[in-house]
Design a protein around this ligand. Structure first.
Ligand code: AVJ
Length: 321
């Protein structure tokens, strides 16, 4: 079955609550309690993330947009003409629109996302603004195998994976993901990938622990979501937000720290917390240009070029199969 929109049912949406409960049970039973950052993005969490991207401390979004703006014309010359552009985990269309401005011959845009509702809204907005662009959304989880619509057969393919989303995966998983993208796109494909760079720990930690507390609210919203969707009894006030750079693993870690010892019910389970015990809720891996280039090559891609901002905060890489 090809999970194409709008005819196919976005089954992943209906299946989500069950796997969410499973994942929470498993994650809170580990010695180091952990939850997947993919669960941040309910409606409230998505709105908070949009707010994060506007914060003075959170440099990645505006820096990447600046790179796409400055170097979009050059990126466009590296990509094949009349291509289908496949965006893995399409977020807001802000970045895509920057790139689209330079891709005058684009044949089709294929946003891939688990949320059918989100894709519908996104596709409608784009069709309104780019009436000549073919928009062919695919409802799928990009961490799993999926097929591109047959209607794209014969078109050269380019992948787009901005936002340092790859940073949410450990380097081994990230390599697997890029390898999978190559398989999905097929021989001769190109890719544009955005990746955050290693930098001073204080700059990184401020980006994930802002003065206004928006990132703290984003992190704590996970507990509110568990309360609402899984009959949880978390007291969000009983936890605090922590963001630390782990230089050995080259990642920012976000945790929720129990202020006091407590027992928390989630549905029919109870989880005990010691005072100061944490739930590890997110890792955001940071690369150098060299370490990321090496990762793309291990994943089977030919590395073509990198663009960065003048302060070397963020990088955008071009790859070819
Ligand atoms: C969406 C994974 C790229 O790691 O910077 C932002 C998520 N978490 N602030 C990131 C996030 C806290 C973001 N990514």
């Amino acid at each position: 079955i090809k999970p194409t929109f709008p005819d196919a049912t976005p089954v992943t949406l209906d299946a989500a609550p069950l796997s969410f409960l499973d994942d929470v049970r498993t994650g809170l039973s580990k010695p180091q309690k952990a939850l997947s950052p993919k669960y941040f993005y309910d409606a409230a969490g998505s709105a908070l993330f949009e707010e994060i991207t506007q914060l003075p401390e959170y440099y990645p979004t505006r820096t990447e947009i600046g790179i796409l703006e400055a170097s979009g014309p050059e990126m466009a010359t590296l990509l094949p003409a009349h291509a289908a552009l496949v965006e893995f985990g399409s977020g807001s269309t802000v970045k895509l629109r920057r790139l689209l401005g330079h891709l005058d011959t684009l044949a089709a845009y294929v946003p891939v996302d688990v949320s059918g509702e989100f894709l519908r809204a996104q596709a409608e907005g784009l069709r309104g603004d780019f009436p000549h662009l073919r928009v062919e959304p695919v409802v799928a989880d990009f961490t799993q195998d999926f097929d591109l619509p047959d209607s794209l057969d014969g078109l050269p393919r380019a992948g787009f994976f901005p936002g340092s989303t790859i940073g949410n995966f450990d380097p081994h998983e990230g390599e697997g993901l890029l390898h999978r993208f190559g398989r999905i796109l097929g021989p001769g494909a190109h890719m544009i990938v955005g990746v955050d760079l290693v930098k001073d720990a204080a700059v990184l930690e401020n980006a994930y622990d802002d003065a206004q507390g928006v990132t703290a609210a984003f992190n704590l919203n996970l507990l509110t979501r568990i309360n609402r969707e899984l009959a949880g009894r978390f007291e969000p006030d009983a936890f605090s937000h922590r963001a630390v750079f782990n230089p050995n693993a080259s990642r920012i870690e976000m945790h929720l720290v129990a202020r006091d010892a407590q027992a928390v019910r989630v549905g029919s389970d109870t989880f005990a917390f010691a005072a100061g015990e944490t739930i590890h809720t997110e890792s955001s891996y940071k690369y150098t240009v060299a370490t990321f280039r090496a990762l793309t090559e291990r994943a089977g891609w030919t590395w073509l070029k990198v663009w960065t901002d003048p302060d070397q905060l963020f990088s955008v890489h071009a790859l070819r199969l």
